[in-house]
Write a protein that binds this ligand. Structure first.
Ligand SMILES: NC(=O)c1ccc[n+]([C@@H]2O[C@H](COP(=O)([O-])OP(=O)(O)OC[C@H]3O[C@@H](n4cnc5c(N)ncnc54)[C@H](O)[C@@H]3O)[C@@H](O)[C@H]2O)c1
Length: 254
């Protein structure tokens, strides 16, 4: 593979790495040479992805069990990553939760939870990591938003859609402010992808419906999304800044 697509001697953080798209991203980034700190609430899931990366002969990742809702825990996790890796060249903000509650049924507590995990945590991670990146004069951030960050989606409640739209806005702002410092920020907007998030919140009937209205005729595999994230982290995407990159099988054509 062309060197610009590879991540050798690149050090970075992936959140939500225990499951789904984050897990596939951790496996793929390790495969193309990155050294990783993996963050998630799920200790067992993190350990299993670390074992899988090690078994594939790649650099064993550093894992930090963190509740990304907790600002102090996030600060400690980012500091631990910096101390362990020596540099944070990239951040993939992938952790998230999906709630599909109808608008009038959403309690304020649930609204706050979805906002905290899908938006506030990403803001705190970006802030903490950007301090290191600004010092080093380089870096890449990929914020995993959603098709629900581009339009209203049946796979997401109003809180989820609002948080994901805001995450796209945050990414665009950071891209403008930090590009002069050599730092690239982009939002990534996956469409329906077969992960535990979808499998645990969506009936087979709904999955069939989403599949039927997707021009490609199927949901994405998490590794397909990981490949796009790998490209966005790599130097091959050096000219992509402040973009919102879709990967949705044609579900949104604009
Ligand atoms: N699967 C899809 O169809 C789809 C579509 C668009 C966007 N996305 C986005 O992709 C990202 C990954 O989704 P996925 O489908 O892989 O989901 P997933 O549920 O398989 O994985 C999400 C991970 O986030 C972690 N997480 C949740 N809350 C956390 C917390 N408080 N602290 C630390 N970690 C926490 C979970 O433990 C889990 O490992 C999310 O941001 C999601 O919104 C998914």
């Amino acid at each position: 593979m062309d060197q610009q697509f590879l991540l050798s001697k690149r050090y970075g953080v992936v959140t939500g790495a225990a499951s789904g798209i984050g897990r596939a991203t951790a496996l793929h980034l390790a495969e193309i040479g990155a050294t990783l700190t993996l963050i998630d609430l799920d200790a067992e899931g993190l350990t299993s992805v670390a074992v899988q990366i090690e078994a594939a002969g790649r650099t064993t990742p550093h894992i930090v069990v963190t509740d990304i809702c907790d600002e102090t825990e996030v600060k400690i996790a980012v500091q631990a990553a910096f101390t362990h890796l020596g540099s944070i060249d990239f951040l993939v903000n992938c952790a998230g939760i999906l709630r599909r509650t109808s608008f009038l049924e959403i309690e304020t507590e649930e609204w706050d939870l979805v906002m905290n995990i899908n938006l506030r945590a990403q803001y705190i991670f970006c802030r903490e990591v950007l301090r290191h990146m600004k010092d080093s004069g380089r870096g890449v951030i990929v914020n995993v938003a959603s098709l629900a960050g581009r339009t209203s989606s049946v796979l997401g409640g109003a809180h989820y859609t609002t948080a994901k739209h805001a995450l796209v806005g945050l990414s665009r702002h950071l891209a403008r402010e930090f590009a002069p410092h050599g730092i690239r920020v982009n939002a990534f907007c996956p469409g329906a992808t077969l992960t535990p998030m979808v499998q645990t919140t969506t009936s087979q009937e709904e999955i069939d419906h989403v599949t039927a209205v997707t021009p490609r005729g199927c949901m994405a595999d998490p590794m397909e999304q990981a490949h796009v994230i790998g490209f966005l982290v790599s130097d091959a995407s050096a000219n992509i800044i402040g973009a919102c990159i879709d990967s949705n099988g044609g579900a949104l054509m604009v």
